[in-house]
Design a protein around this ligand. Sequence first.
Ligand code: AMP
Length: 187
Amino acid sequence: MQVRLVVFGRQGAGKGTQCELLSERFAVPHISTGDMLRAALKDETPTGLEAKPYMESGRLLPDDIMIRLIEERLGADDAENGFLLDGFPRTAAQADALLELLGDGIDLAVDIDVPVEIVKERMVERARDDDTPEAIETRLAAYEENTVPAIERFADAGLLYRVEGVGAVDEVFGRVVSAIETRLGEG
Ligand code: AMP
C-alpha cells in the first residue's frame, strides 16, 4: 500500500526515526531535504556550497532553492507512486508550492507533536555537527515562526492529522500507521 505523505515535527521530536519506519512499512522513498542538503554539502556541489552558511547557523534556505530541489526530486521515478516528505515544506510559501504542484496528490500530513521543553532536553543529549546551542534555538524559533503556518495550510486543506509524539517509538509509530491506514481506507 503506497502513500503520499508529509511528516512534520520539531527537531528532536523523533521525526527521523518515524520516517525511516514509515518508509519501510509503506515501501515509499524517504525524502529528507536535510539529508539531501547534508549530502550536497559533503560533495561540495553548487547547492551544497550555497546551503552551507544557512545550515551552519540553523537558518532556513531561501524558498526558491528548496522548491526547485523538491520539484526535481519528486519528478524521479521512485517517487511516482508514493513518497514520504521529511523537512519539506518548512514555510507557508513552500506548502503553497507543494499543494499547487501536487493538487490532491497528497494523502495525508502528519504532525508529530512534542512540546518545545521536551525536544530541547532531547537535543542537548544528541550531538550533530550543526547542533550548537545557538543553532538549536534558531531552528526551534524558525519552526514556530515559519513551519507552524505551513502546517496550518494542511489543516485548512483537511489533510492534517496531529499525533501525540510523547511516548515509546513503537507507540507513536502505531498511532501514525493507524491514521494513515484510516485515511487510505477512506480514499
Ligand atoms: P533538517 O535535517 O531537516 O533539520 O535540515 C537541516 C537544515 O537544512 C535546516 O536547519 C535548514 O538550514 C536546511 N533545510 C532543510 N530543509 C529545508 C527547507 N524545507 N527549507 C529551508 N531550509 C531547509
